[in-house]
Design a protein around this ligand. Structure first.
Ligand code: ZN
Length: 525
């Protein structure tokens, strides 16, 4: 179908013509970008035209770091947030039971007894009658305490005789019988839940896809395994894959993928492999991000080194040997230094242009900015984390070090390529949450008033660049994707409002009007 968007405000991402009024699409590609009159002159009788005054059109938004199938599975969980009674929770569980086969697990999340009219903690008896044939695990909003039914208690072996796991507690009645409320037991129960089947992964991927398209996301970079790849590949064969997926691979699956003929350099323009994914350290919240100097709130530790430089180098060389690049998780400043060291050594043995990336880069050592740029490594960041991390980072790293935390403007000034993503399901996929965090550097409630380290605030154009052109480059797809210019694939996102005219506080609630992939409107219109 040929189409044209007229009378709009279009950010093209094309440095020769960054803004335009209208765009024409033919055979899935951008045919022309320009003024209304120019584009109208190209419209034939069969051209579908969209008049879109007051909207903002951008190149298709790409979420450059998430866990796509996991996100879909997360969306399938029974949502108990904001419910105000046990009976309301029961209704949701009941509905889920009807959708699942006997024996299938029902997993829910987000209940909070403090907002319930009942004001008491729940137990198995509250749900046993509605779930006699389904094991149920309902995770409290804290993520630690679980409310489980009698069938789940049985499967988990939590009987009268069971002893509490270390650091955890099974709540019991006066007779010592477990009541179905277990503290610090989520991970323990999760171990007995069977992994999703191929069909379940496919269903989850479709759900994640629908959510992505609804938020204007036309492509994602997902960090998962061959099991998830298989589900996505099956959907592609069935013609159901509507967005584009760049897939990373863990190092232990590189050989296996190759023997199946789906190595690191393979794929289509819908689904392809990118980098090998490695981990250099832990996380901010758990105090395991690897630092050059000790933690501000615990001088006895500098965090956790997941891989030494030598171990990392070995795995990077594995990726290079198979024609791939790497994506390395590094949150602390020493982790990033180690990654750069390892990449430098591996590249000495495997010369040639690489598209390597460091995931998260939440804290940088001041000396590493120039080095990062010189090695042309991509900083792959998730601004939305800032919403919750600001205060934690100050406490754990100290205010002085935070000057180099989430320092996206400093990265851009140093000439580093920066790309953005959501890390869903850790955060929601809505890219506008990250737009807000990058542009305002405030919590969703608007604190601090001037923004956290306000010199690091970005403009809307800088943020858009990180969600479009840079992920295309990291994917080696910059010839086809990442900007709206003649000959590029017509992936584009249409926001219902002109984001450049909105106060940053309004960004998270702005709506997407249309999401187009390969010239096809896949959402809206
Ligand atoms: Zn992640």
């Amino acid at each position: 179908m040929d189409s044209a968007i007229l009378n709009s405000r279009i950010y093209t991402g094309d440095p020769t013509r960054p803004w335009a009024e209208a765009i024409s699409v033919k055979d899935g590609k951008v045919a022309a970008v320009g003024h209304n009159a120019e584009i109208k002159a190209l419209c034939g009788r069969s051209t579908q035209t969209f008049e879109m005054p007051g909207r903002l059109v951008t190149p298709g938004i790409v979420d450059a770091h998430l866990h796509f199938v996991s996100f879909g599975l997360y969306l399938e969980r029974v949502d108990l947030r904001d419910l105000t009674s046990i009976s309301a929770c029961r209704e949701r569980v009941k509905a889920a039971v009807l959708e699942k086969r006997p024996g299938d697990w029902i997993i829910g999340r987000g209940w909070n007894e403090h907002i319930w009219s009942d004001r008491r903690e729940p137990c198995a008896k509250d749900i046993d009658d509605i779930s006699p044939d389904h094991p149920v695990m309902l995770v409290r909003c804290c993520g630690h305490t679980v409310w489980i039914n009698s069938m789940a208690l049985r499967l988990a072996g939590i009987t009268r005789e069971a002893v509490d796991a270390p650091g955890a507690r099974i709540e019991r009645d006066a007779g010592g019988n477990p009541i179905g409320l277990c503290r610090e037991y989520r991970k323990i129960i999760e171990k007995i839940i069977p992994p999703p089947t191929l069909e379940e992964r496919k269903t989850a991927a479709l759900r994640a896809q629908a959510e992505a398209l609804r938020y204007g996301v036309t492509g994602v970079h997902t960090c998962e395994t061959l099991a998830e790849w298989d589900a996505l590949a099956a959907l592609e064969t069935e013609g159901k894959l509507r967005i584009r997926i760049h897939h990373t691979l863990p190092p232990e699956e590189v050989e296996k993928a190759k023997t199946r003929g789906i190595g690191l350099t393979k794929g289509s323009d819908r689904l392809w492999f990118g980098q090998v994914k490695l981990f250099a350290d832990g996380t901010l919240g758990s105090g395991t991000a690897l630092l050059h100097a000790p933690y501000a709130d615990d001088a006895s530790t500098t965090g956790l080194e997941c891989l030494t430089v030598a171990q990392m180098q070995e795995r990077i060389e594995l990726a290079y040997r198979h024609g791939g690049d790497v994506a390395v998780h590094a949150i602390g400043d020493l982790a990033t230094t180690n990654v750069l060291d390892a990449i430098e050594k591996a590249r000495a043995a495997f010369p040639g242009a690489k598209r390597d990336r460091v995931e998260h880069v939440q804290l940088m050592h001041p000396d590493d900015f120039a080095r990062f740029r010189a090695m042309d490594v991509v900083a792959s960041c998730q601004p939305v984390h800032l919403h919750t991390d600001m205060l934690v980072a100050e406490k754990k790293w100290g205010v002085d070090r935070c000057k180099y935390g989430y320092a996206w403007k400093s990265m851009l000034k140093a000439g580093i390529k920066v790309q953005f993503g959501s890390d869903a399901p850790v955060e929601h996929i809505n890219p506008l949450l990250s737009f807000h965090a990058a542009i305002a550097r405030q919590s969703p409630a608007g604190a601090p008033q001037a923004g956290w380290f306000p010199a690091e605030r970005l403009t809307l154009e800088e943020t858009l660049h990180a969600f479009t052109a840079v992920p295309a480059w990291t994917s080696r797809k910059e010839a086809q994707l990442g900007m709206l210019a003649p000959g590029k694939i017509a992936d584009l996102s249409v926001f219902a409002e002109d984001l450049s005219a909105l106060g940053p506080e309004k960004l998270p609630s702005a709506q997407v009007e249309m999401t187009m992939v390969g010239g096809e409107p896949e959402y809206g219109k």
